[in-house]
Design a protein around this ligand. Structure first.
Ligand code: SMG
Ligand code: MG
Length: 372
């Protein structure tokens, strides 16, 4: 079996509503897709991968233009120079290039999708998914007023989401959290995500969140502040969950051992691919650390894959796996994820289980780079 990346394609998708986090507002997304082809006994099968890097390097150091450049100039040439590469080899082949996990993950994903389609096998089956549907949580951005926030949250509650996550930042935290807790009642799972906006000096302030019975606080401090997260975890009752910090199996194991990660958000793009994400799930499970699947405003490609990953037994908390229409008016897949009874279905089709809407894809395409 030989694998090739045949094309990089960039699309642009407007968001149905602006999404504000502690690092900025997004109203649309540029999304980089990789198209792979694998050949087996003369038969060519294609697959797709989605790169979760954002338009700007504000969530992490990666961004669309940088990811496209490192793919074309560094990663794809290395893949094509290696003999008989399979998806399982890709992380090792690309290891000499430091960093760029989202770019690497997209290439691995495209090849894995193609391989699985060629074999007629689903990703859910490959990783050993144990459920046919997973609970769906929704991530709610920072809103200009409490009233607007409450209206948005009520809409998501009406849609059936089983868990609400609120984005917070210094100055926009206690008041909105209190108002939302009041609205949804004491029993609905509620959590917050700071995207690294606080500092070690904010411990006393963050302790006040303990009053709201939160499931967790996600990434309160900068990504490299392991000891700060450990000290905070000791100082407050709300469990500390890490997102941006967890960039590898090693960092994840260390964060757990230190007591800096009481819960882990698993994002395949952030750790270099779905296969590494699976191993991080395993190591957390072995250490008794609950995990959940994060989201990066993916299209139906990445969301299908996330739903399958989240069907592993260790994903004991609801993920940021909302319905397609939470972000997009029209997706690029033929059967976008929908929330039914608070859950999304785990795709069972070959590969990552999505089918592209090719006309829609063409309409949204802003550039195509064919690769040798
Ligand atoms: O995909 O549903 C989604 C969004 C989930 O809040 C979400 N993601 O830090 O967890 C996070 C953010 C990062 C994305 S903002 C670019
Ligand atoms: Mg996060």
């Amino acid at each position: 079996m030989s694998a090739h990346i045949v094309e990089l394609r960039e699309i642009r998708l407007p968001l149905v509503t602006p999404f504000r986090t502690s690092f900025g507002v997004q109203t649309s997304r540029r999304i980089l897709l990789a198209r792979a082809a694998v050949e087996h006994d003369g038969v060519v099968t294609e697959g797709w991968g989605e790169c979760v890097a954002g338009d700007e390097p504000t969530y992490s150091s990666e961004y669309v233009d940088g990811a496209a450049l490192v793919m074309t100039s560094q990663l794809v040439p290395r893949l094509h120079a290696a003999d008989d590469v399979t998806a399982a080899d890709i992380a090792r082949v690309l290891e000499p290039v430091r960093g760029h996990p989202m770019a690497k993950a997209a290439l691995e994903m495209a090849v894995l999708d193609a391989e699985l389609r060629a074999a007629g096998r689903s990703f859910a089956d490959l990783v050993g998914a144990t459920r046919d549907r997973v609970p769906s949580g929704v991530s709610v951005g920072i809103h200009p007023t409490i009233d607007e926030l409450l209206a948005a949250v009520q809409g998501y509650v009406d849609d059936g989401y089983v868990r609400i996550k609120l984005k917070i930042e210094p100055g926009i935290d206690l008041e909105p959290v209190a108002a939302v807790r009041d609205l949804i009642g004491p029993d609905m799972p509620l959590q917050v995500d700071a995207n690294a906006a606080y500092t070690r000096q904010d411990t006393e302030h963050l302790r006040k969140l303990d009053a709201f019975g939160l499931l967790l606080i996600e990434q309160p401090l900068p990504e490299d502040d392991l000891l700060g997260h450990r000290d905070l975890a000791m100082a407050i009752d709300t469990p500390v969950c890490l997102d941006e910090t967890i960039v590898s199996e090693t960092v994840c194991a260390d964060a757990i051992e230190l007591g800096a990660a009481e819960i882990v958000n698993i994002k395949p793009g952030r750790v270099g691919g779905y296969l590494t994400a699976r191993r991080i799930h395993d190591l957390c499970r072995d250490r008794g650390i609950p995990v959940w699947c994060g989201g990066m405003l993916e299209t139906g490609i990445g969301r299908a894959a996330n739903a399958a990953l989240a069907a592993l037994e260790g994903f004991s908390l609801p993920g940021d796996i909302s319905a397609s229409r939470r972000f997009w008016a029209q997706d690029i897949v033929t059967a976008p994820l929908d929330v039914v009874d608070g859950h999304v279905a785990v795709p069972t089709g070959p590969g990552f289980g999505f089918e592209l809407d090719l006309d829609r894809l063409e309409t949204l395409t802003t550039s195509v780079t064919k690769l040798p």
